[in-house]
Design a protein around this ligand. Structure first.
Ligand code: FAQ
Length: 319
């Protein structure tokens, strides 16, 4: 058996040369575990992320808006499925991942534990939540693990479409009545800080960033991505005629970036630990959907087994 240090050196060298790691390649246990953790949490986020917007499908203000929202929510389901598949290439069963979500062992993005109170929230989710997701996920297209990187390419294309549909909802509201403009500002006030939290804890408090950067799973740190996000949002907010709810937000000539205020990390960790406004409702809904969908999974399995038996019979007849 090859020496473990030599294997590790070869592995790191492969990554340093920007060659993708594929499922059958040797990889350190910790790399596999980190990927299973991140990809599965990402998949769960996509699936739970369908709920806040799903809440507005029946109440979208026009047929055009309803069709676009339906398609967006369906896309999120698709992203969850690509990601579960990418995760399964690391040798873990999807059932096990779903169980971890349902019994609270696995995390999903904090952002999906906030309620969608008005139609403007749907626009703001597209603008800020999909916007933050894109900022974080475009670099993941260059992640060292092949199946994750490839899944991200398609996900990012769809997310940028989502971001535009959200921004367009907001542009319309911004040119609307006084009440619509107030609704828009209120939604921005509620979603701005939770969107910044999506990037994770500050680098100094992030246990995984340094190693994930070395393995080129992450290409930028949490704080770097958060800063890029703040910088692009400021001009977009001006176009919408809204203010971002941060008195400390101001251009810093020396840094060439916007300075911004301190995030409420206590709120972040409360939400991550399950005590956000909608955590219980989200997980209860997922569990119920899983139980009620049991017959579909059973029917699909029975059909697949029948097909496999038929194919086996046919090939034995040919032989
Ligand atoms: N929420 O050391 P780090 C979307 C946890 S998809 C909850 O910095 P890491 C699409 C973290 O897991 C949104 N937990 O960890 C959509 C870790 O806990 P652990 C999801 C969080 O992994 C749009 C601990 O804190 N995107 O929006 C959060 O290096 C619209 C320490 O943190 C992804 O998952 C959080 N915000 O960096 C859908 C992208 N932040 O595991 C519907 C892929 C951190 O040790 C509608 N993931 N934690 O128990 C990543 O890029 C990374 O995993 C980070 C965290 C950046 C999220």
């Amino acid at each position: 058996m090859a020496d473990i240090t030599a294997l590790e050196a070869h592995f790191q060298n492969t990554i340093d040369q920007e060659i993708k790691i594929e499922p059958k390649d040797w990889m350190p246990d910790a790399y596999r575990k980190t990927l299973i953790r991140q990809i599965s949490q990402h998949a769960h986020s996509e699936i739970v992320g369908m709920l806040p917007e799903g809440n507005w499908i029946t109440r979208a203000p026009s047929l055009r808006r309803k069709v676009a929202l339906l398609a967006k929510v369906q896309d999120e389901a698709g992203h969850g499925l690509y990601l579960y598949s990418a995760c399964e290439t690391l040798g873990v069963e999807r059932n096990e991942l779903v169980e971890q979500l349902h019994d609270g062992r696995a995390k999903y993005s904090s952002i999906f534990n906030y309620p969608t109170l008005t139609w403007a929230d749907i626009g703001v989710i597209g603008w800020l939540v999909d916007g933050a997701a894109i900022m974080n996920q475009v670099p993941l297209c260059r992640c060292s693990y092949g199946p994750y990187a490839r899944a991200m390419v398609r996900v990012c294309k769809e997310e940028s479409f989502h971001q535009r549909q959200g921004y367009e909802i907001l542009l319309t509201l911004s040119k609307g009545t006084e009440a619509q403009r107030r609704m828009l500002q209120d939604a921005v006030n509620r979603w701005w800080w939770p969107s910044l939290m999506m990037f994770g804890p500050n680098d100094a408090d992030s246990p995984h960033t340094a190693q994930s950067m070395k393995w080129k799973i992450k290409r930028f740190t949490n704080d770097e991505l958060r800063q890029k996000f703040v910088d692009v949002c400021v001009d977009q907010a001006k176009l919408l005629n809204v203010t971002l709810p941060d008195p400390d937000l101001k251009w810093n000539e020396e840094r060439g970036h916007y300075d911004f205020g301190e995030i409420n990390w206590d709120e972040f960790w409360q939400v991550v630990k399950g005590h956000g406004p909608c955590n219980k409702e989200r997980i209860d809904t997922r569990r119920r959907a899983h139980e009620e969908g049991a017959w579909v999974r059973e029917a699909a399995m029975a059909f697949a087994e029948k097909q496999a038996r038929r194919r086996a019979e046919e090939s034995s007849q040919v032989a």
